[in-house]
Design a protein around this ligand. Structure first.
Ligand code: ZN
Length: 163
């Protein structure tokens, strides 16, 4: 499967909540593979969500392994519990050129389904937990820039208006 073009802010698809996945078949497998290929085609991405390639479905892929050969797939993810907030630096494939500090929980428990529909629960910490929250935000139509300070958001608004 080919890497797909990444949808970039302010495209309204990034602001639309994604639908839950009900069918675990060939189409879903193709979408997952496209997400993996698109993530691997980026220089620095560690996570990607389906709306970022224009598919408004609750699917996300993360790969924090050094070789980027261990993709983790989360379908219909729900964060069950979270704790230990910290200020972390984030960026986003859909908001090129912007880096900012946001508050994220660094410990969480997530429940999701795999590509066959099987349910699982997993404890995540550190960058794993941060990345998952960033991608779950995408599935809800939110971007990390929404979580920046008021002053920083005003500066960004000017920047995007000019661009
Ligand atoms: Zn993102």
């Amino acid at each position: 499967m080919p890497a797909r073009p990444i949808v970039v802010h302010p495209d309204c698809r990034l602001r639309t909540p994604s639908a839950a996945v009900n069918e675990f078949g060939v189409e879903l497998n193709n979408l997952v593979q496209d997400l993996v290929d698109t993530l691997n085609a980026t220089a620095t991405g560690i996570g990607i969500s389906a709306p970022q390639i224009g598919a408004l479905q609750q699917v996300l892929v993360m790969d924090l392994s050094p070789e980027r050969d261990t993709p983790e797939i989360y379908i219909n993810p729900q964060i069950l519990s979270r704790s230990t907030p910290a200020l972390v630096e984030e960026s986003c494939l859909s908001v090129p050129g912007v880096v900012g500090n946001v508050i994220r929980d660094t410990e969480l428990c997530v429940e999701a389904q795999d590509a066959t529909g099987k349910r699982f629960k997993r404890d995540l910490s550190g960058m794993h937990a941060v990345c998952l929250q960033h991608e779950v935000d995408h599935l809800q139509g939110r971007l990390f820039i929404d979580r920046l300070s008021f002053f920083r958001r005003m500066l960004l608004r000017l920047k995007f208006r000019r661009a």
